[in-house]
Structures are given as C-alpha cells and as structure tokens.
Ligand binder design. Structure first.
Ligand SMILES: C[S@@+](CC[C@H](N)C(=O)[O-])C[C@H]1O[C@@H](n2cnc3c(N)ncnc32)[C@H](O)[C@@H]1O
Length: 263
C-alpha cells in the first residue's frame, strides 16, 4: 500500500477545491449556514478576534457577522479560490496545521467540515490551541461516520462506470464522540464536550441533487477528468438511481459538534 505524503494530499485537495469553488459557493455553502448557526449558537462566541479555520467560502463568517456585526474575524483556508468567494474582511491562504499567526491571538477558533480533510488533525488542533488566548474557546463541527444515505447514490453510479473517487487522507478518522474528544483533549484543550446532531439536506428533484453533489471537491475533480460522453452517462445513471429511490430525496448526515477551552 502506498501512503501519500501529507503535502501531496494537501496539494491534491487544493486542486479539487479550486475546481469546485464556484459551484460550492452557490450550491453547498448556503446549505451549511444552519450548521454554522447551530455551532455559533448561545452563548455567542466572543466578538474580539475570532478565527475560522478551513473557512472556505465563508458560511461560518457570514453567520458570525450576522450575530455580531462588529466581530473582528480572520478566515484561513488552503484554497485561494474558496477564500475569493468569502465575505470575510481578513482572508489568509494557509495550512490549518501550521497557521502563520502569533500565539494567543484569538478569543475564539471555529472550524466547520475541515477537520476530516487534515492528514494530521491532532497536530492541527494543537496549532489552533496555540493561537487561542488563555480562556479562549474552540468550536468545531465535523462529519461523524454515517450509514449509507442519498450522498452515496453518486458514488454508486460512479463505481458502475468504473470512475470511482480516490480515498481521502489515510489515518484514523475523528468521526465518533470518543476519538474526537480524546483528540481534542490530547491537543491540550480542557472542558471538552462533544454532541451529535443530524443534518438533513432535501432536494426538490434530480437536478438539485446533481448540483449539490457535484459541487464537492472529489466529485468536481472526477467530473473535470471525464470525457463529455461519460459525464452524460454518469448523470443519466444518477437520475436512474434517484428515480428508484424510495421516499423523498433527503440525505441524512450525522454531525459532531465540539466545544472546548484553552485553560
Ligand atoms: C467542506 S469545506 C468547508 C468550508 C466551510 N467551512 C463551510 O462550512 O462551508 C472544507 C474547506 O477546508 C479547506 N481545507 C482543506 N484542507 C485544509 C488545510 N490543510 N488547511 C486549511 N484549509 C483546508 C478546503 O480548502 C475547504 O475550503
């Protein structure tokens, strides 16, 4: 088994998010706003400097600004094409695991759906701890392990055509309460609390599903490499599978929400 070096994984991901950025901003980010709202819910995070890591097109930044219009926020992301579509005033293209930011700069560090991409998530969490001021708060939302759902229809159609996506970063995923809590604790945080919620994404029809599903980086990368005929066949197969789907077109996903503190 060949293990990719973290730097290669990261570069590969940046390419995929660059391909996806325009569609992601339009079809995915608005659907993540309720998750951002939940993560930033009572008590609201501090308005003093806040950091959003893996900020993408700014779902968390938009919600944070709505809650606290005077908040001073910095958005960090690996992919300039994602940041270019963000409403954040202060944007920084950087790796979440080695932030070019001074120690103890922020009162809050937030991250939504970025942790699962990181080849060394505990090392990244340690860096987030480093930039937090003493007493500062961490809030993270990340995917939990999920039973099969509407999401997988796309992958099944892709596999049928023999064009399946490459696997994500190697290593043990932080996709259950215990491993996630242990990782956050071992990165130095105190008062670690993890809770699980279910997010649902509803689609009016096959077009809405296709727009959403192909706006994620893995799918965007695969589609960019497919000849037009194959792309058309893939879309038809996704359509056929959706036509055979029992019940409304809803994708259910388990999400873990973390709160912790730098003591
Ligand atoms: C699923 S998107 C989430 C974006 C945003 N937080 C949201 O909720 O819409 C994941 C983001 O993490 C970024 N990302 C992936 N690996 C990263 C890394 N090593 N350092 C910083 N950002 C990274 C990607 O560029 C992408 O914008």
């Amino acid at each position: 088994v060949k293990t990719e070096r973290p730097v290669a994984v990261t570069a590969h991901l940046r390419v995929a998010y660059t391909l996806a950025a325009r569609r992601y901003a339009r079809w995915v980010a608005p659907r993540f706003r309720p998750i951002a709202r939940e993560l930033l819910a009572e008590p609201a995070p501090a308005a003093a400097p806040g950091l959003d890591v893996g900020s993408g097109t700014g779902a968390a930044i938009a919600e944070w600004c709505r809650l606290l219009p005077t908040a001073r926020l910095v958005a960090v992301d690996l992919t300039p094409a994602m940041l270019a579509r963000s409403p954040a005033q202060h944007r920084l293209a950087a790796d979440a695991a080695s932030l070019p930011l001074a120690d103890q700069t922020f009162r809050s560090v937030v991250s939504i759906f970025a942790l699962h991409h990181l080849p060394a998530p505990v090392a990244a969490l340690r860096d987030w701890w480093r930039v937090l001021a003493v007493g500062g708060e961490l809030r993270v939302a990340t995917w939990a392990a999920n039973p099969r759902t509407l999401w997988d229809v796309f992958d099944d159609a892709l596999a049928e055509l023999g064009a399946a996506e490459r696997p994500g970063p190697a290593g043990k995923p932080l996709d259950a309460e215990g491993v996630l809590s242990d990782a956050v604790t071992s990165a130095g945080f105190a008062d670690v609390a993890v809770r699980r919620l279910s997010a649902r994404f509803d689609f009016a029809d096959a077009t809405a599903y296709w727009r959403w599903r192909t706006a994620f980086p893995g799918a965007a990368r695969v589609i960019a490499a497919l000849p037009p005929g194959q792309r058309r066949r893939l879309r038809e197969r996704v359509g056929d599978r959706l036509a055979g789907w029992t019940g409304p077109l809803i994708s259910h996903h388990a999400v873990l929400f973390v709160r912790a503190r730098r003591s």
